[in-house]
Write a new protein. Structure first.
Length: 83
């Protein structure tokens, strides 16, 4: 992955973190933690999509994939947290 690809992954991850914080209502982790989880979720989403044989195309596709990864990560963390 080149530098521009990493940059866009981070930017899309930040947006996905914000979106997932809005989608998963209730007491969240806070804005900064949601954004960080979104960046991590972007990578998780890429792994999940490739594991099931899917790929994202374009920025909107990558945003949907990253949001799915961030939601999965937030859901798992909330289960572990017990809330």
């Amino acid at each position: 992955m080149d530098h521009l690809g990493i940059f866009w992954t981070i930017v899309i991850g930040i947006i996905a973190g914000w979106l997932s914080g809005k989608i998963m209502r209730g007491r969240g982790f806070g804005l900064i933690r949601d954004l960080i989880l979104g960046v991590i979720g972007a990578f998780v989403g890429g792994l999940l999509f490739s594991a099931i044989g899917l790929s994202a195309t374009g920025k909107i596709g990558h945003l949907l994939m990253a949001t799915a990864g961030a939601l999965t990560l937030l859901f798992g963390l909330r289960l572990l947290r017990g809330k």
